[in-house]
Design a protein around this ligand. Structure first.
Ligand code: SF4
Ligand code: SF4
Ligand code: SF4
Length: 675
């Protein structure tokens, strides 16, 4: 071994040990922080299901591929893995100068060929990524918030580091070929072509420099990504920590129904704080979420609040939590427990109007390729504001009061709940406790004039199909959904407990409702309170009636219609096909999708209790949805949610729009052929 070889090996060893120390220490500090916050018993078990999630979504990049840009990421992802494997060969050469993977035989040739192919593909993908981020600037890369600007700087550093690494890997091979040191000079076609260009000069010296630059890009890259997590001001921390955290985050992601909120256990006397106001009050998966964010902005481009210039970006929400969590981890790392954070979580990192702007539509978390959950964090902070501080937007107090006194958010007398059914001759469960189908009407269907028409339409359909059903009548109460999404978990749990007690006293086989909010609560949230029921939404029920030939429709009337997906039916419960199937039953119907449909459907703006309070800033979400519907050229917007109908009707006002909002139950009921 020459003196140069010994010097190279020693220097390389020092760099490796130092880098690995930085990596392990940073990871250890963040893991320690996560272990010190609240536990989450819901994130263990179901290992097989979790492994499958990782395989499909990390290795298969399933969510990424929903958008064409995802293919660029796929190339970078696999190209990076391949190039990393081959980098090990280069690293080992620090100690064994002539080492190579030649013992793999043909596999080695293939690896070298693929390396060059991927190098070209990755460089093209990086260039496209650069143009998209800085020239095209789609909504997801726009920087309305400070954190977005920092992201751009970080992305640029990483983009250049990866490009540099690839370029120098190819150059290194080219020099090895030129110097006759490469075992398979024909396999890496790009390097082979480049080798022909190098003539004269001290090629060995240049090869040495190229080797160092190539390996340095890896170690500098790792020190930058991991070392900046807890050692520098958080605004300089790299978001590329996700290369490690994201897969772990997917593994530990929520596998319960998307629309369900985890309850607070009010019987747990050790709980002194309800909700979250500080980093240490989050549960550990919530911090892992924050550390896994790639800053891709896929959440932001679908967020109805962000699109409408309201003061909320789900990306900024997560990245701001991340910065705050890192600041806390840095203090923990320093060992100075007396030090306090310079900024507060609520107010500084997360302004309250950001928290109240959310409609809980779930578009952000459905789009997030690494399964980050935004809604639970927003709800936790709302819970703190409502339960600990009694602070909420004006208008909300009326909702709480209405639910408390009259069991509905409009505070209409509870004795009026079944007035809509006068003259319809409907059975009540209390008189017929064994009725097969319990029709849960919901507050909107009971009290709102527009939604009452949908209740009546569904009754007409059920009667036409000879379905044995009954309503609860005056016994029915709000599910607690608006109170729960606004943060009043205590009030919501009171309602849910009472509802379970009532429902468990009857012997129905199925609960039918046309309100997606009620559906979500009855199907996904009541099980936490002892209520386990077969719940079906009106669109699924009616679609089945049509399939089974239990109702017949007049299909002759033409109609130009588009469809607005309700978030709580679609994204939160995966019901997309039933409403479309219903529309396909009408031969005269010309059904046109809006650009934002199904998983990408734009919320109407009602969810999360937003229907009941106004915020300053931005434009109205419901008006944007009306415009989107109008651009399809349709005369009607089909809906399957009473709240969507109310919001869209409201949006139409002052818009000079002729488009009509119609619930699918109404279309079916007006086309029934009765014999
Ligand atoms: S749930 Fe909807 S409104 Fe709330 S942050 Fe996510 S996308 Fe935006
Ligand atoms: S939260 Fe998810 S979708 Fe949003 S920027 Fe982060 S990784 Fe992307
Ligand atoms: S969840 Fe909504 S529609 Fe259902 S009962 Fe409560 S307020 Fe009414």
């Amino acid at each position: 071994m020459s003196a140069l070889d010994i010097a190279r090996a020693s220097a390389f060893l020092v760099v490796v040990v130092f880098t690995l120390y930085i990596v392990f220490d940073s990871v250890r500090q963040l893991v320690r922080q996560m272990k010190s916050v609240n536990p989450d018993p819901e994130r263990s078990g179901d290992v097989g299901k979790r492994i499958k999630l990782v395989l499909v979504n990390v290795m298969g990049q399933k969510k990424m591929l929903r958008n064409p840009a995802g293919y660029g990421h796929l190339v970078i992802f696999y190209g990076f893995i391949l190039i990393t494997i081959i980098s090990f060969e280069v690293f080992i050469r620090a100690f064994i100068h002539s080492f190579n993977f030649g013992f793999l035989g043909f596999g080695y040739d293939f690896l070298l060929f693929m390396e060059d192919l991927f190098s070209i593909a990755v460089l093209i993908a990086l260039t496209i990524g650069f143009i998209r981020r800085y020239v095209e600037k789609p909504l997801r890369f726009q920087d309305k918030f400070e954190t977005d600007k920092r992201l751009n700087r970080d992305a640029t550093i990483i983009l250049f580091a990866v490009a540099l690494h690839i370029i120098f890997a190819t150059l290194l091979e080219a020099f090895e070929i030129r110097l006759g040191e490469h075992p398979n000079p024909d396999a890496p076609f790009l390097a082979s072509w480049l080798a022909g260009m190098f003539n004269g000069g001290n090629l060995e010296f240049v090869r040495e420099i190229v080797w160092w630059v190539h390996v340095a890009t890896v170690w500098v890259f790792m020190i930058y990504i991991f070392g900046t997590q807890i050692r520098v001001p958080q605004r300089y921390a790299s978001k590329h920590f996700h290369i490690l955290a994201a897969a772990v985050n997917v593994f530990f992601s929520n596998i319960k129904p998307a629309g369900r909120l985890a309850p607070i256990n009010f019987e747990d006397e050790s709980l002194e704080i309800y909700g979250v106001s500080k980093i240490e009050e989050f549960k550990w998966p919530q911090l892992l979420n924050a550390y896994s964010c790639t800053g891709c902005g896929r959440c932001q481009e679908l967020c109805p609040a962000y699109i409408n210039d309201q003061p909320l970006s789900p990306k900024a929400l997560i990245l701001n939590i991340r910065e705050q969590a890192l600041a806390q981890a840095t203090i923990n790392h320093s060992g100075n427990t007396e030090t306090e954070l310079k900024t507060s979580l609520i107010g500084d990192a997360l302004p309250l109007d950001m928290i109240w702007a959310c409609t809980t539509c779930g578009a952000c978390q459905d789009a997030c390729p690494v399964f980050i959950e935004h809604v639970d964090k927003i709800i936790d902070i709302r819970r703190y504001q409502v339960l600990m501080e009694s602070e909420f937007p004006s208008g909300v107090e009326k909702v709480f009061h209405g639910i408390e006194t009259n069991s509905n958010p409009w505070n209409i007398s509870k004795s009026d709940r079944d007035l809509w059914a006068d003259g319809l001759d409907l059975k009540r469960m209390k008189d017929h406790p064994d009725t097969e189908i319990l029709f849960w009407v919901g507050c909107a269907g009971s009290f709102d004039e527009r939604a009452q028409k949908v209740s009546t339409a569904l009754v007409k359909i059920l009667k036409a199909a000879n379905i044995d059903f009954a309503i609860l009548g005056k016994e029915e109460k709000c599910t607690g959904d608006p109170a729960r999404r606004i943060g009043n978990e205590y009030l919501a749990q009171e309602l849910m407990t009472q509802n379970v007690k009532l429902l468990n006293s009857y012997k129905f086989k199925q609960v039918l409702t046309f309100c997606p909010h009620c559906f979500n609560n009855l199907a996904n949230e009541l099980p936490d309170f002892g209520g386990h029921y077969r719940v079906i939404h009106g669109v699924d029920f009616v679609s089945k009636l049509l399939d089974d030939g239990k109702i017949k429709l007049d299909t002759s009337k033409p109609m130009d219609i588009t469809y607005h997906d309700s978030c709580y039916l679609g994204r939160h419960n995966g019901i997309y096909s039933a409403p479309r199937k219903i529309m396909n039953h009408f031969s005269g119907v010309n059904f046109v999708e809006m650009d934002m449909n199904q998983e990408k459907g734009l919320c109407c703006g009602a969810g999360g209790g937003r229907m009941f309070y106004e915020l300053e800033g931005g434009s109205d979400i419901n008006k944007m949805r009306i415009s989107q519907a109008e651009s399809t050229g349709s005369d009607f917007i089909g809906v399957s949610c009473p709240f969507c109908a109310i919001m869209l009707e409201d949006g139409k006002k002052n818009m000079d729009s002729d488009i009509e909002i119609i619930d699918l139950m109404e279309i079916v009921s007006t086309r029934l052929i009765t014999t």
